[in-house]
Design a binder for this molecule. Structure first.
Ligand code: FAD
Ligand code: NAD
Length: 320
């Protein structure tokens, strides 16, 4: 029986060769594909390990070696697109002849579907509490043993579909927390305004919980929450409940793509929406405005807040 393995198993595997001069090592990857470009090649040299990954469709071709001798840190990569040839030119540290290119390391000269290559993807996420005002409720699980996240899955995204397919027992690595929000920003605070868009709501969860339970001076907390549709509003009923139970709390939803039945506020962040929303409880009240969402939302918001004469110290933006 004859089967067309190429059609079933994807593109043909590339191969490589190398040559040297006194000062240079040139590695040539024959991709056997036309229209390759520089974006398809990732070259990395660290701790004696040389790695060149070439992405071809959904596959990855790897050169992974401990080189015969040391090289300098700057190397060049050239793609001859019409013949699909990639040339990586390395500079020798010492002008001596190399007996071989080096020693093969893990997965050297392999051509594998990209999902199996173990590429590391790193994305930031903001821990939340398991619910709003958890202190007033019976925790579902002991809080000191769990980290809660609220993560939106983007079907075309790089990382979140992977996260969505994790099974119990799978591992993800989590780094230590980073950020520049200081609790001291809450000192003597009277009015707290939160401007959140989409998952930009996540940093607001702990801020809300902390502010409502720990700041005696607090008079008002107002959240303006921007989303595309009603279905996108995270924790809507919890937020409405909180506003109902705590007189200091107000919540306003703004939709940018509402259905015809929506009676609430509409549109994107704007001077009109903000100037109406950001009313101080008194002329000289101490104010903090926190803003988080898609970058254009946050940038535009900060500009508008400056136009409304809020100072830098009165604004905290959550950015990458
Ligand atoms: P990506 O691959 O980044 O794609 C996201 C979306 O953009 C997809 O729909 C994709 O199709 C589209 N896209 C990608 N590239 C392009 C392009 N070039 N042109 C047009 N569209 C494109 N997210 C949360 O859900 N919860 C959190 O708590 C959270 N906290 C964050 C904290 C910080 C400090 C920052 C900076 C971000 C946070 N995020 C959070 C966002 C998160 O880090 C990821 O960006 C998000 O999960 C998307 O990752 P992804 O790899 O799945 O999608
Ligand atoms: P989304 O696409 O569903 O949009 C939500 C709302 O944001 C829209 O309804 C609109 O009002 C506003 N918006 C979107 N694009 C805008 C633009 N170009 N100009 C003005 N307003 C705009 O949002 P999403 O998919 O939930 O994305 C949330 C974003 O928040 C992501 O980019 C994520 O990285 C970011 N985020 C950042 C942090 C942080 O700490 N820095 C934390 C969580 C989320």
């Amino acid at each position: 029986q004859v089967t067309d393995t190429r059609a079933r198993e994807g593109p043909i595997s590339p191969s490589y060769d190398w040559f040297q001069t006194d000062s240079l090592i040139t590695i040539i990857i024959y991709t056997k594909q036309k229209d390759m470009n520089l974006d398809s090649v990732i070259v990395d040299y660290q701790d004696d390990s040389f790695r060149a990954e070439t992405i071809i469709q959904d596959y990855s071709y790897l050169i992974h070696m401990e080189l015969f001798r040391e090289i300098q840190e700057d190397f060049s990569v050239r793609v001859v697109a019409n013949v699909g040839k990639i040339e990586i030119v390395l500079k020798k540290k010492e002008h001596t002849s190399w007996k071989c290119l080096g020693r093969a390391l893990e997965n050297h000269n392999s051509f594998t579907p990209r999902k199996d290559t173990g590429t590391e993807i790193v994305k930031p996420y903001t821990p939340v509490s398991h619910s709003l005002l958890f202190k007033l409720m019976e925790p579902v699980l002991p809080n000191d043993k769990y980290i809660y996240f609220l993560i939106k899955i983007y079907p075309a995204g790089l990382f979140t579909p992977e996260l969505d397919h994790l099974q119990i027992g799978d591992f993800v690595s989590v780094s230590s927390p980073e950020g520049n929000f200081k609790i001291s920003q809450f000192q003597e605070l009277e009015d707290l305004f939160l401007l959140a868009a989409g998952t930009g709501f996540t940093p607001m969860v702990k801020i809300l919980n902390y502010a409502l339970t720990n700041i005696p001076s607090l008079r008002k907390v107002k959240l303006m929450f921007f989303n595309k549709t009603e279905d996108d509003i995270i924790w809507r009923s919890q937020l409405e409940n909180l506003a109902f139970k705590d007189k200091r709390c107000e919540v306003e939803f703004v939709l940018s793509a509402p259905t015809s039945g929506w009676n609430g506020k509409q549109g994107h962040i704007s001077p009109a929406l903000l100037s109406e929303f950001l009313k101080r409880s008194s002329d000289k009240s101490k104010v903090l405005i926190c803003i988080c969402g898609p970058t254009p939302f946050t940038e535009q918001g900060i500009r508008l807040l400056h136009d409304l004469n809020f100072s830098k110290d009165e604004i905290h933006s959550f950015t990458a």
